[in-house]
Design a protein. Structure first.
Length: 151
């Protein structure tokens, strides 16, 4: 998305503690940064840090080589501050791991609020099956960078 249009992602955005959201964010120029195990682990640590700080409760997530799908229940934060903190901290963690200093994440992110209880499991399955659809593995359990509370 052209940076000049990134404000359109925020139009109508409303975040409320307790609500469940699917967040998707991608690396700059879809660079395959997380194909590196140690870079992926540095980002995963930051996902877990957001949960430790009680900004959110992670229901399911998958870190693909060039993007992240993150199904959360928002706690003591807004989507904007959660993502700002996550992107900043994960970028700094990647620099400490040796990633050359450059913009890691594309500006903005996509979010979708889930309203029906039966949507949650369907979306969680979509999230964790992403590596299968991308042809990275033949079984979900073979992909190392995902988690779900139901497993």
């Amino acid at each position: 998305m052209d940076r000049a249009q990134s404000h359109l992602l925020r139009r109508g955005r409303f975040s409320q503690p307790g609500n469940i959201y699917l967040i998707t964010t991608v690396t700059t120029n879809r660079h395959r940064t997380f194909a590196d195990l140690w870079f992926a682990r540095a980002v995963i640590y930051q996902l877990r840090q957001a949960e430790r700080e009680e900004a959110c409760h992670s229901l399911a997530w998958v870190l693909m080589p060039d993007h992240l799908h993150w199904l959360i229940q928002l706690k003591d934060s807004t989507l904007c501050s959660l993502m700002r903190r996550f992107k900043s901290r994960s970028s700094h963690a990647l620099y400490r791991q040796g990633l050359p200093r450059r913009r890691v994440w594309q500006a903005g992110y996509q979010d979708r609020a889930l309203r029906r209880e039966n949507d949650i499991l369907k979306v969680a399955r979509y999230v964790i099956c992403n590596p299968l659809r991308a042809g990275l593995v033949t079984r979900v359990g073979d992909y190392p960078h995902w988690d779900a509370v139901w497993v």
